[in-house]
Design a protein around this ligand. Structure first.
Ligand SMILES: [Zn+2]
Length: 497
């Protein structure tokens, strides 16, 4: 029988030095625990052909969800408060396009499809005041007092005008801003010679779209209206006009889906009530039969976003063994490729109150073209910058800011839905210096396979992400938006300071 005293002595000799070592050398411990074999195995499983591109609503994405949940269990993550397992059901639906509609403005009547299409919204019958706001920047919206009114704006932005890229990348943010200001909806006047009206109708008004399930009461409409010489369109530019909007014939069917959520409780009596959210989307775009006739039709999504999920899993593994001061919530998100749906749902139905959520560090990217870097979308916008720079340089890579602001990447990943609520939220992406040929070779292509990945680079990338989360979760002060940021006001509302 073992003598208890000897046993205690053994514990002191063996266990304590390990713990002390770990606290002093997280870089060495991250290196020891996050192994090339494990990250390669996880990437290979998630991006295999058998997963058929992890399309939201497919049977295969549920296999991915189960795999992530199984690893949470092995690592020792807890289930989050209010959940009986690692799954948060996310109610999505497929919406079949509207069949008819009418927009009347200052005596002019515009016809559905001939003159306008519904980009987002519900069946409805609305009557009231329309108000013109130029390009609809946040300043213009605030100046115009849009509460309860239907906002009419030029598509695109003040800076880049009406080129198609500016129109499409600005649309989501403008609609969100208009809703935040209390508008009844947003109508954008579409004038872009590069995109003929029939092409727009064909793409946006004839297809089934996936979305978060809405209440039958109907959400605000986002409409694109063809530019023309109509009197109503001329007159509205003087300020405001009365009118109405009718949309009919939208039908829906449910698409069951889920976010995979686990947690680690913080060790500090005070900081444990604050949560760091580590997130990554685990869906991709599935199989597209005729994308390249006769060729591979499976969009494996190794870069987009098996890489992000592996970053999340590596962080879960490490922090479960070395719990930080703050609590950490891990969210593998569904439906990102369908329009940031899993994060949109989570932000409306948070498991941990958002005012207890101090930061969201999302892991996602389009790919990489520079293996000496990590590209951090939004890095310069919060006070997390110092921890991020330190974490990357510890593993021999350099953290850089968004090199392609015109791509609007900040609003094209799940961090955005946290930011909209005021939570400081940024995205860690593999080294990207431009949306160039090297990137586009794989971005949303069947070629985005594990066999084309550079594991020598990725192991550094994963370890840097893990270490950054270690620093963020232990930093006595939580990161905040830098002064003057677009989301600073929302953060003040959320946190009450
Ligand atoms: Zn994508």
């Amino acid at each position: 029988m073992t003598n208890l005293k000897n046993y205690m002595l053994l514990l002191t000799l063996v266990i304590l030095p390990t713990l002390t070592f770990a606290q002093k050398n997280p870089v060495a411990e991250v290196t020891r625990l996050i192994t090339p074999a494990e990250v390669e195995a996880n990437l290979t499983f998630l991006a295999s052909d058998e997963m058929r591109g992890r399309d939201t609503g497919s049977p295969e994405i549920d296999i991915a969800a189960n795999y992530i949940a199984a690893l949470y269990k092995i690592y020792g993550l807890k289930t989050a408060p209010g959940l009986s397992n690692y799954f948060q059901p996310v109610a999505l639906e497929n919406a079949h396009p509207a069949k008819a509609g009418e927009l009347s403005l200052g005596g002019d009547v515009f016809k559905f499809k001939d003159d306008f299409i519904l980009f987002e919204g519900e069946n409805q019958e609305w009557k009231g005041e329309f108000v013109y706001v130029g390009y609809g920047s946040l300043e213009e919206l605030k100046q115009a007092n849009v509460k309860g009114k239907m906002v009419i704006a030029l598509a695109g932005t003040k800076d880049s005008g009406g080129n198609p890229m500016a129109i499409f990348s600005a649309a989501g943010g403008k609609f969100q801003d208009a809703k935040n200001e209390g508008a009844a909806g947003l109508i954008e006047i579409f004038a872009s010679p590069q995109v003929p009206w029939p092409a727009l109708v064909n793409y946006f008004a004839n297809n089934i779209t996936m979305r978060v399930k809405t209440n039958s009461s109907g959400g605000s409409p986002h409409v694109w209206l063809k530019d023309s010489d109509a009197e109503g369109l001329k007159k509205i530019k003087d300020g405001s006009l009365a009118g109405s909007l009718k949309i009919e014939g939208i039908t829906t069917e449910a698409v069951p889906s889920k976010n995979v959520i686990g947690m680690i409780e913080g060790t500090d009596a005070k900081l444990k009530s604050e949560f760091l959210v580590v997130s990554a989307h685990y869906d991709h775009v599935g199989v597209q039969k005729n994308a390249q006739p006769g060729k591979d039709s499976i969009f494996n999504g190794a870069r987009d976003n098996a890489i992000g999920v592996v970053g999340l899993l590596a962080t879960a593994k490490y922090l479960a063994q070395y719990p930080p001061k703050r609590s950490v919530l891990f969210i593998a998100l569904t439906g990102e490729e369908k329009g940031l749906l899993g994060s949109k749902y989570y932000a409306e139905n948070p498991i941990v109150p958002l005012n207890k959520t101090v930061f969201n560090f999302n892991c996602d990217g389009a790919g990489y073209n520079d293996v000496t870097l990590a590209t951090v979308i939004g890095m310069e916008r919060t006070t997390a910058e110092a921890d991020l720079t330190k974490a990357c340089s510890a593993f021999g890579i350099k953290a850089i800011v968004d090199p392609v602001p015109e791509q609007n990447l900040f609003e094209r990943s799940d961090n955005y839905n946290f930011a909209v609520k005021g939570v400081p939220a940024i995205t860690f992406a593999p080294g990207t210096t431009a949306f160039d040929e090297e990137l586009l070779k794989y971005y949303h292509q069947p070629a985005d396979e594990v066999s084309s990945l550079d594991f020598n680079y990725l192991i550094k990338y994963f370890r840097a992400y893990v270490y950054a989360n270690v620093l963020l979760a232990n930093n006595p002060s939580a990161p905040v938006w830098k002064a003057g940021d677009k989301f600073e006001a929302e953060a003040k509302k959320l946190y009450g300071k």
